[in-house]
Design a protein around this ligand. Structure first.
Ligand code: HEC
Ligand code: HEC
Ligand code: HEC
Ligand code: HEC
Ligand code: HEC
Ligand code: HEC
Ligand code: HEC
Ligand code: HEC
Length: 327
């Protein structure tokens, strides 16, 4: 009799353990792309609101299912927890630069230069944790960049709020005229300022946006794997994390140009933009099939294939320009 009772007890315990296990799986897991703690923390919510992670979790025992991060979490310790798992209902700091820096993760992301998207155009200050969080609130850090998971979900005010299909939709939640985000309002500098006109430009005017190119103009030709009749991502041309170029134009192909054939992209091709001459940017994707108007001229980064390669481009190619061929 005692024996049966013991077995029943053991069985109950196993069930309970299993039930708890499955409830953990429900909340935090890579499979669900969800690693921020919720009110259920601890299985029944008993661990919500506590700030000393070390009190209950042993570094060595966690992250068996997350090989990409196990080592670096052991190295950086308990100061790292809230960066990924959120504040757990407390005010503990969420740190990012603790890991995302020159020595621990030098390429993820590339932050090699002083200009970046720090939300203050007048200032070239280094990105801090608060800036990271403004763009990546709940990244799952699985090594794959997925816009709908890894970029903060700013709502599209007054419209159906579907998940992002690409990174450009994220940019346009702020870079628009009528539905900017609280805390990130943008001052208009001049008429048709791209800072606020990009939503309209990208939707209706720009050749790199949704307006379809012809692919049969005088200087036609694109490098692999770019194609006509497609859109180009904002972050293919603009660096968020680091560049030396004005207007946050990428300064190396591997910081943008996401579709470029890897053997070229990873060289990387360097990009300078002196005096509104964007030849080195454009030539990284464009490569004129015909030799016309200096298109055989080397732009300075090893590549040739854009017309008028030595002059300024902005009378004819800027965002929001419907005449000529714009951008
Ligand atoms: C009082 C003990 C306690 C404290 C303190 C605590 N936890 Fe937990 N935590 C638990 C228990 C119990 C579970 C469920 C069993 C397990 O996975 O270890 C859990 C589960 C988790 C999970 C998986 C949750 C899920 O729903 O899948 C994460 C992630 C986690 N804790 C992170 C943290 C972090 C980060 C801190 C510090 C901010 C912290 N914990 C503080 C007890 C605690
Ligand atoms: C770089 C991001 C990252 C950091 C930093 C991090 N975690 Fe995690 N953690 C994860 C991911 C991703 C998972 C989900 C793995 C899975 O799918 O099982 C996870 C799962 C967990 C779990 C539940 C599953 C398990 O492996 O036990 C616990 C508990 C946990 N983390 C605690 C912590 C604690 C405590 C810290 C600080 C020492 C911490 N984590 C720091 C990303 C992180
Ligand atoms: C203005 C928004 C913005 C800010 C601020 C920002 N990021 Fe990003 N981040 C992006 C976008 C968009 C991408 C995807 C395109 C790309 O890789 O540039 C990205 C990509 C990444 C990637 C993946 C890179 C890769 O090559 O796979 C990492 C890692 C990352 N960001 C970390 C950070 C960290 C850490 C910070 C703070 C130091 C930060 N980001 C600040 C917008 C931002
Ligand atoms: C414990 C170290 C650690 C901390 C703290 C940390 N990360 Fe990461 N993060 C990683 C690692 C490791 C990867 C995966 C890199 C790889 O292998 O591609 C990653 C990947 C990313 C990515 C790329 C998308 C993805 O899913 O892989 C983004 C974005 C990112 N982290 C942002 C942040 C932000 C924002 C913070 C602070 C809130 C932060 N990280 C804190 C270690 C960390
Ligand atoms: C949360 C809102 C927000 C998001 C999301 C956002 N931006 Fe911005 N962006 C701003 C603000 C605010 C400024 C600075 C305006 C100022 O200082 O007057 C800015 C400035 C810029 C600038 C000018 C920077 C300079 O130094 O010349 C560019 C280019 C830019 N953003 C591109 C992008 C791109 C591309 C994305 C998406 C990958 C993006 N932004 C996402 C709010 C945002
Ligand atoms: C990241 C790759 C990339 C970069 C950099 C780039 N382009 Fe493009 N460009 C494309 C792609 C792809 C298309 C085709 C878009 C379409 O057909 O809808 C295109 C189309 C165009 C068109 C329209 C062609 C047509 O047939 O109608 C013009 C004009 C143009 N680009 C000019 C420029 C200029 C000027 C620059 C430099 C300031 C530049 N591009 C930089 C990829 C790029
Ligand atoms: C005087 C105006 C003017 C200037 C200056 C100018 N362009 Fe153009 N560009 C054009 C026109 C017009 C076209 C489209 C030609 C057509 O319709 O056949 C074009 C097309 C292009 C294309 C698209 C090729 C394709 O895929 O069809 C690229 C790339 C380009 N220009 C790069 C540049 C660069 C780089 C500069 C500066 C170094 C520059 N342009 C300066 C007028 C100009
Ligand atoms: C093909 C490359 C390319 C793409 C794609 C692209 N841009 Fe640009 N962007 C440029 C160039 C070149 C300039 C400088 C000329 C100008 O001001 O129009 C610029 C300028 C800007 C500026 C003005 C910055 C300043 O300091 O004055 C903003 C804001 C901007 N872009 C945002 C965006 C956003 C948001 C997207 C996506 C919706 C985007 N761009 C897509 C190349 C690109």
């Amino acid at each position: 009799m005692i024996m049966i009772k013991k077995i029943a007890q053991l069985f109950m315990f196993l069930c309970l353990a299993l039930a708890m296990q499955s409830s953990f799986a429900r909340d935090v897991s890579l499979e669900k792309n969800q690693i921020v703690l919720t009110l259920n923390h601890g299985g029944d919510g008993s661990a919500w609101g506590l700030s000393e992670c070390s009190g209950c979790h042993v570094l060595r025992n966690i992250h068996g299912n997350a090989p990409k991060i196990k080592g670096i979490v052991q190295q950086t310790g308990y100061a790292s927890c809230a960066g990924c798992h959120g504040q757990n209902g407390t005010t503990i700091k969420r740190e990012c630069v603790l890991c995302h820096n020159e020595s621990l993760l030098p390429k993820k992301p590339l932050m090699q230069d002083v200009k970046n998207h720090n939300f203050k155009m007048q200032e070239d200050s280094i990105l801090n944790d608060k800036d990271c969080l403004a763009c990546h609130y709940a990244s799952d850090m699985d090594g794959d960049f997925e816009p709908a998971v890894d970029l903060k979900d700013y709502d599209l005010k007054g419209a159906l709020d579907l998940p992002y299909r690409n990174g450009s939709e994220f940019c346009l939640r702020c870079h628009n005229k009528n539905h900017q985000q609280a805390g990130y309002e943008i001052q208009v500098r001049f008429k048709r300022d791209p800072l606020v006109m990009m939503a309209i430009n990208y939707e209706h005017i720009d050749m790199h946006g949704k307006r379809l190119g012809e692919g049969n103009r005088t200087y036609t030709g694109l490098r692999e794997a770019y194609e006509y009749q497609t859109t180009v991502a904002c972050s293919d041309c603009h660096a968020m994390h680091g560049t030396h170029n004005e207007k946050l134009i990428v300064d190396r192909s591997d910081a943008g140009m996401s579709l470029l054939k890897d053997s070229l992209r990873s060289v990387p091709i360097s990009i300078d933009t002196p005096g509104n001459n964007y030849a080195q940017l454009c030539v990284t994707c464009h490569d004129s099939e015909e030799v016309v108007e200096e298109s055989e001229l080397q732009t300075g980064n090893g590549l040739s294939g854009v017309h008028q390669a030595s002059g300024s481009c902005v009378e004819c190619h800027v965002h929001g320009m419907a005449a000529q061929t714009g951008l």
